[in-house]
Design a protein around this ligand. Structure first.
Ligand code: MEV
Length: 311
């Protein structure tokens, strides 16, 4: 028997752009998914999914989750022909679009297998195993979610489009950053949204060239602002990032509504995070008091809200 954890994540800057090799900045969350593994007589594997979840999420993602689990098991070369793996997922990370739930699940399973069979896998290998799991959710993941889930902390991430090692840099933020995370309650398909963006990009190369260039400059400014703990600039850049995400059509009305609500009520900036078209919105507060206030207002509008500190 063994156990493993995978942390949730939030993308502060650069979802979707990161798929095309542009830099993104993500932070792991303190909430995690855990996997407990028992070896039983029989063959194959059995999954008990006790994770808390947005209604409909587990049903919508069921096939992808099963394929992801298969991919992770195959990556680790565990023989399931003469033994059965009983896998129980739990933890305090809410399985929802935008929080890195799929990556957290794959990472927790890789770590639980590593623990159970004493494979002595390095974090790099755990990350590779989790990346294989992520491929089940969409064919071309950037790898940012599993990287944040595996290593934790605040990271600058650049996907190597030639298949070599991705650039992963830990960023030390100058300040602890109070974030509000609001759940639209809508589960989006990452695969579908990523494909839509690709089609749009192919149909509008010049428009995308300009958006990508604007985003690239924004990411560089965001890193400097994070290092300096310049909260006002971080917030402003988050809102600008949201506008670029609107331009590539990954925001939905409900995302825009939550962004506006947070800003109107004192957030320094806000944006969708993750896949978009529903999923989650993050907002930056200058203090814990403002964070509480914004969270209460969003909750009163009927949305699930979490408060967290990153950096
Ligand atoms: C999903 O959390 C983030 C996306 O950029 C996809 C990816 O990076 O693989 C939309």
């Amino acid at each position: 028997m063994g156990t493993g954890k995978g942390y949730g994540k939030t993308i502060l800057f650069g979802e979707h752009f990161v798929v095309y090799g542009l830099p993104a900045i993500a932070s792991a969350l303190s909430s995690y998914t855990s996997a407990d593994l028992q070896i039983e007589d029989g063959k194959g594997w059995e999954v008990i999914d006790n994770r808390p979840a947005t209604p409909g999420y587990k049903e919508k993602k069921y096939d992808e989750a099963m394929q992801s689990i298969k991919n992770v098991i195959e990556f680790t070369n565990i023989d399931v022909g003469c033994q059965k793996l009983k896998i129980t997922f739990s933890g305090d990370l809410i399985a929802a679009s935008g929080v890195g739930a799929s990556a957290a699940q794959a990472t927790s399973l890789a770590r639980a297998i590593n623990d159970t069979f004493t494979l002595m896998l390095s974090d790099e290998k755990i990350n590779e195993a989790a990346y294989e799991g992520e491929k089940a959710y969409h064919g071309t993941p950037s790898g940012i979610d599993n990287t944040a889930s595996t290593y934790g902390g605040l990271i600058w991430f650049e996907k190597n489009l030639n298949g070599g090692k991705n650039k992963i840099e830990m960023v030390k933020s100058g300040n602890k950053i109070p974030l509000i995370i609001a759940n639209t309650g809508i589960t989006a398909s990452t695969a579908e949204v990523v494909v839509d963006v690709r089609k749009l990009k192919e149909a509008n190369p010049l428009k995308f060239e300009k958006i990508f260039s604007d985003y690239h400059n924004l990411a560089i400014d965001a890193k400097i602002a994070l290092l300096e703990g310049d909260m006002k600039t971080i917030g402003r850049l988050m809102t600008e990032n949201h506008k670029l995400l609107q331009q590539i059509t990954v925001s939905a009305e409900v995302n825009d509504k939550l962004v506006d609500l947070a800003i109107k009520n004192g957030a320094l900036g806000a944006k969708l995070t993750g896949t978009g078209r529903g999923g989650l919105v993050i907002a930056l507060a200058e203090s814990e008091e403002i964070q509480r206030n914004i969270a209460d207002i969003i909750e009163k509008e009927g949305f699930e809200v979490w408060k967290t500190m990153i950096g």
